[in-house]
Design a protein around this ligand. Structure first.
Ligand SMILES: O=C(O)CCC(=O)C(=O)O
Ligand SMILES: [Fe+2]
Length: 254
């Protein structure tokens, strides 16, 4: 379950409101329609990543959010820690207010500075996730659209990342529309028209799935329309006995 801000995302924001990551085209994942995803395997070296992992484990801001699911309260297995640069920035997580911190510990500030410098953009929020072993996971979800740019640094145990194409809800037909379309097609006696391939690409991008391993020190950037059209997850991997931390730096624009 991803954090949900109290305000709604605007569908369009002007270019001046978002600082997109530029210059990483060589790392863009091919074959992903409607997405802008970059994966940089060795963004930070192994030694630095291991040091940062140990340092961040010591943060006193880790906590397990309580979530309301179907009226029942459960405690999430994945610990998180949340920081924002703007004291006005608040988020809700499954109906609960996120325990947001506005004073960065020096190590986290240092990591964010390095990420910002390498990418040439700034972030107003970072959500850290702690996967203590392979039993801890994040289910298939899309991040809220306010997350215009997400840059995620992985530290510790390698974990599998899966992205699945999923058309935005707005574009899906309601069952009433579908019924209507079916009736119309039954009534027509015109010969079938061959589909326009371009239309198919836009309207039926089904069965698209990408899966790869996020190594320690790697970076993934998701921006542009990615959250509208793709979901992502870190599945359970019982064989993984070590921990992983992800730092998801976010540019939230409401
Ligand atoms: O741990 C990760 O790499 C993904 C985390 C994620 O999807 C999220 O925090 O929304
Ligand atoms: Fe996410």
């Amino acid at each position: 379950m991803a954090p949900r801000p109290s305000k709604r995302a605007r569908l369009e924001v002007s270019d001046s409101e978002v600082q997109k990551v530029l210059g990483f085209e060589d790392f863009q994942l091919k074959d992903m329609p409607d997405a802008e995803v970059f994966y940089v395997p060795n963004f930070f070296d192994e030694e630095t990543s291991a040091q940062w992992y140990s340092g961040l484990l010591e943060l006193d801001s880790w906590y397990q959010p309580r979530l309301k699911l179907y009226g029942r309260e459960i405690i999430q297995s994945r610990k998180i820690a949340a920081y924002a640069t703007d004291p006005k920035l608040t988020l809700k997580y499954s109906g609960q207010v996120v325990d947001m911190h506005y004073e960065y510990p020096p190590l986290l500030r240092q990591i964010q500075d390095e990420v910002e410098e390498k990418l040439g953009v700034t972030f107003n929020h970072v959500m850290l996730n702690l996967y203590e072993d392979g039993s801890v996971y994040i289910g298939n979800h899309r991040d809220n659209l306010e997350n215009r740019v997400i840059a995620s640094v992985s530290l510790g145990a390698p974990r599998t990342f899966i992205m699945t194409h999923d058309a935005p809800k707005r574009a899906k037909h309601t069952s009433r529309q579908k019924r209507k379309a079916r009736v119309t097609s039954l009534e027509t006696s015109d010969p079938p028209i061959p589909p326009d391939l371009d239309d198919l690409k836009i309207n039926k991008p089904t069965a698209k799935r990408k899966q790869w391993t996020l190594n320690s020190g790697s970076l993934i950037v998701m921006q542009g329309d990615t959250q509208r059209f793709w979901k992502h997850e870190i599945p359970k991997e019982p064989k993984v006995k070590d921990g992983r931390i992800s730092l998801t730096f976010r540019q939230l624009v409401f």
